[in-house]
Design a protein around this ligand. Structure first.
Ligand code: VG1
Ligand code: CO
Length: 565
């Protein structure tokens, strides 16, 4: 085999390659600019230092538009930078949780995940690149900071132009190359096998199959899973159809991954997964519905007639019932955690069960250290993320299997489970208002104004009234987090206004958008007895107060949010 030569290409930095909440996300057209993708890949590898030499990395993503050229670039740049092997999902497909699982199982240095998650895909929409470390989780801040630093200085990248990548990801198997006298291997592997095996170890598939198929004494539990044309389609087929006997015609929909997600917004919430909501409302034969996002780490859980389970409640219910899942019987249940804006329902479960509870900033990377230290078993985010320490990413398929396990164990409907839970613990009413693609400057000014209010100290002790409710401010701050394991500090993670009765108002700017600014307002109140009201009605006074304090309408010019969850 004649050795392939690598070359050094001169380049200039881009000033906008700062990874956000979960990797670098931009319009496809931006990633297509000359050297844009090359620069970022080179900086990821440079940030890893000498460890990259001789290392194995995993590559895969949600299959969105531009994945193939990006993978080809990664192959050529990795080979020139002395990476010894790439493990790539067949057709470039790999859900985010499955990447996390394979990194851990193969004990490799890390992985490059090609996704913009719930952001729309296709030539006019978004692409994304993120780096996951050897524990399978998203790179912590000190690594993404290092990457960003390098992107602002990069002068050249190394590449092997003659390495033939055409159709390489279409065929399972191993290709070996000689790059400047070194061996370089590309292995294309089945994207589902390892993940399916992991799920089989965690859950009791016999019980779940009996639930879905029914038995002589129990009717089938009728589910409808919506992959929203994202990457979970291949996992839904492998697990729910092939293993658990769900019907490919009646129990699953949109399970063929499309590179533009069929021009929908692959985000599982009541707005963007309205199709599923409508189907469950129209057909009350369905007992359960779930939807996933583009890269498979998010989930939305619905009961009969589209009874909606907030992600914060979903986390609390799972925390309260984990012992029915074989994995937790075996490994024990350590602490719980939630992101700061997530409603505090799980805190009440933790208190009752005598478990540690952690409140971390938004973004799954903040859970990793706690899990690695054996202090965290289950965690979640209000943004439809739920997961456990089986991997280091949130996991949509896992969440659905966990919910079905609870249902199988309790023999109750989703709605009954929630009502029972609220009866025991009371209810944390929660809603999030998103104002997408606002102008950046006024959105920043709104946050500055809130910062100013907090700094002035005038908020604390003040009472606000709306509707028939009055709330008194107990504390107001900009959330800071000190990681209990490595003592790293994350500052400015969101404005919090905390009221005396435990109600909260939180303001953040999104770190995953690709244009303009998305303002998120999180609103939560707690009721011990009054647990069966409509959340939007219940929270209306607090919403009004939240809009008043922030002067959101004045700053953004928006009368209504784009999305309410
Ligand atoms: C959003 C969510 C956050 C989540 C992140 C990545 O971030 O709020 O909870 O971890 O998306 O999710 P932001 O900064 O836009 O609020 V995923 O499924 O897009 O990787
Ligand atoms: Co996602």
């Amino acid at each position: 085999m004649a050795a392939l030569q690598s070359v050094v290409v001169e380049t200039t930095p881009f000033d906008d390659q700062k990874p956000g909440t979960s990797g670098l996300r931009k319009k496809v057209k931006v990633f297509m600019e000359k050297n844009y993708t090359e620069n970022f890949i080179q900086c990821i590898l440079d940030a890893l230092g000498d460890k990259v030499k001789g290392a194995t990395l995993v590559v895969g993503g949600d299959g969105r538009y531009f994945s193939k050229p990006a993978i080809n670039t990664i192959i050529r740049i990795a080979s020139a930078n002395e990476v010894s092997k790439l493990i790539i999902g067949h057709l470039g497909i790999y859900s985010t949780p499955a990447v996390s699982a394979i990194i851990r199982q193969q004990k490799v240095l890390g992985g490059i995940v090609l996704t913009a998650s719930h952001n729309p895909g296709g030539i006019r929409h978004d692409f994304g690149i993120k780096y996951n470390i050897e524990n399978g989780g998203p790179a912590p801040d000190y690594i993404t900071d290092r990457i960003y630093d390098l992107t602002r200085k990069i002068k050249q990248y190394k590449i092997t132009p003659a390495l033939e990548t055409d159709r390489i990801i279409d065929v399972l198997g191993t290709s070996k190359f000689n790059v400047e006298g070194r061996d370089f291997t590309v292995e294309i592997i089945d994207s589902t096998k390892n993940y399916v095996n992991l799920m089989k170890e965690i859950f009791d598939f016999n019980k779940l199959r009996a639930l879905i198929r029914g038995t002589e004494s129990t009717p089938p539990f009728n589910i409808l899973l919506d992959s929203m044309n994202g990457v979970t389609g291949v996992y839904v087929r492998a697990i729910f159809v092939d293993e658990l006997g769900a019907s490919p015609d009646n129990n699953v929909c949109r399970i063929v991954p499309l590179d533009n997600f069929g021009e929908i917004h692959p985000d599982p919430n009541l707005t963007y997964a309205k199709d599923l909501v409508d189907k469950l409302q129209a057909d009350n034969n369905y007992d359960f519905g779930a939807a996933f996002d583009g890269d498979g780490d998010r989930n939305m859980i619905l009961g009969k007639n589209a009874f909606f389970v907030t992600p914060s409640d979903s986390l609390a219910v799972l925390a309260n019932n984990l012992e029915c899942i074989p994995y937790f019987k075996k490994h024990g249940i350590h602490g719980f955690a939630r992101s700061m804006p997530t409603a505090a329902a799980v805190d009440r479960v933790a208190a009752k069960l005598g478990k540690e509870i952690f409140e971390v900033p938004t973004g799954w990377k903040y859970f990793g250290n706690l899990m690695d230290a054996g202090r965290l078993s289950l965690c979640g985010e209000e943004s439809f993320g739920t997961g456990s320490d089986h991997i280091r990413e949130k996991d949509g398929i896992w969440a659905v299997l966990a919910w079905l396990s609870v249902i199988e164990h309790k023999r109750m409907s989703v709605e009954e489970i929630l009502k029972e839970h609220w009866k025991i613990y009371g209810r944390n009413y929660f809603t999030r208002y998103d104002y997408e693609e606002c102008e950046t400057q006024p959105a920043n000014e709104m946050m500055k104004q809130l910062e100013g209010l907090i700094a002035s100290g005038t908020l604390v002790g003040k009472s606000y009234s709306a509707g028939n409710k009055t709330y008194k401010v107990e504390k107001a701050d900009n959330f800071s987090y000190v990681d209990p394991i490595d003592n790293s500090v994350a500052k400015n993670q969101g404005i919090r206004i905390l009221f005396e009765d435990g109600s909260r108002l939180i303001y953040r700017l999104s770190g995953t958008g690709s244009s303009g600014a998305t303002v998120r307002v999180y609103i939560e109140c707690y009721e011990k007895e009054n647990v069966l009201s409509d959340a939007q009605v219940m929270l209306k006074p607090l919403v009004d107060i939240g809009l008043q304090i922030s002067q959101l309408k004045k700053f953004t010019g928006r009368e209504e949010p784009t999305v309410i969850t």
